[in-house]
Design a protein around this ligand. Structure first.
Ligand code: C2E
Ligand code: C2E
Ligand code: C2E
Length: 91
């Protein structure tokens, strides 16, 4: 704990996400489509999501938030600074 930097924004690259095979990315593609629909935010190339949503997605993917974050970084869907979002909580 202690006073820390704010967590990095989780900004998903929707163009990259669209190119990940759907047998891997399908749940995330459906999740982001739902958020876009709820916000009425259809035209973005990126989508900012809640820190809590990463936790929810980790449950959906049956992985820890840090393993899922590494996967999203390897797909190019999240930037490397997203690692800090899970580090600040795991440490
Ligand atoms: P809600 O959670 O009751 O939020 C109502 C409104 O408060 C949102 O309308 C938005 O204008 C604002 N709001 C809430 N949290 C934030 C935030 O962290 N940042 C910003 N900039 N605004 C916030 P909006 O955008 O039309 O969303 C409607 C509903 O759609 C939300 O109701 C929520 O149920 C769902 N939703 C939208 N985006 C997300 C998301 O990224 N994650 C999740 N889990 N739900 C979302
Ligand atoms: P930022 O958060 O660094 O976002 C930069 C640009 O990325 C945004 O420019 C927008 O083109 C895109 N972007 C980021 N997240 C989303 C998203 O969830 N959906 C879509 N469609 N595009 C997204 P934009 O819209 O001109 O906003 C410039 C700056 O204004 C943002 O920089 C942020 O600092 C502020 N801003 C805009 N909307 C919100 C908001 O709902 N909440 C807060 N707190 N700041 C906002
Ligand atoms: P943001 O709009 O810059 O908000 C940054 C953080 O401020 C949020 O992180 C959340 O902790 C807090 N916050 C902002 N607005 C609200 C609110 O209305 N209610 C509550 N309870 N907290 C609020 P968080 O949740 O990790 O969200 C990260 C980013 O995801 C937000 O940055 C925004 O760009 C996007 N986002 C999240 N939820 C919504 C939503 O419901 N609608 C829209 N349009 N954008 C959202």
């Amino acid at each position: 704990g202690g006073a820390a930097e704010p967590p990095p924004k989780l900004v998903l690259d929707l163009e990259r996400l669209a190119h990940v095979p759907s047998e891997k990315a399908g749940p995330l593609q459906r999740y982001t489509a739902t958020i876009q629909s709820q916000r009425g935010d259809y035209n973005g190339k990126v989508l900012s999501i809640r820190q809590d949503d990463l936790r929810t997605l980790a449950v959906i993917y049956d992985q820890s938030p840090s393993v899922l974050t590494e996967q999203l970084i390897s797909w190019g869907v999240l930037g490397a600074d997203a690692r800090r979002a899970v580090q600040t909580e795991d440490s």
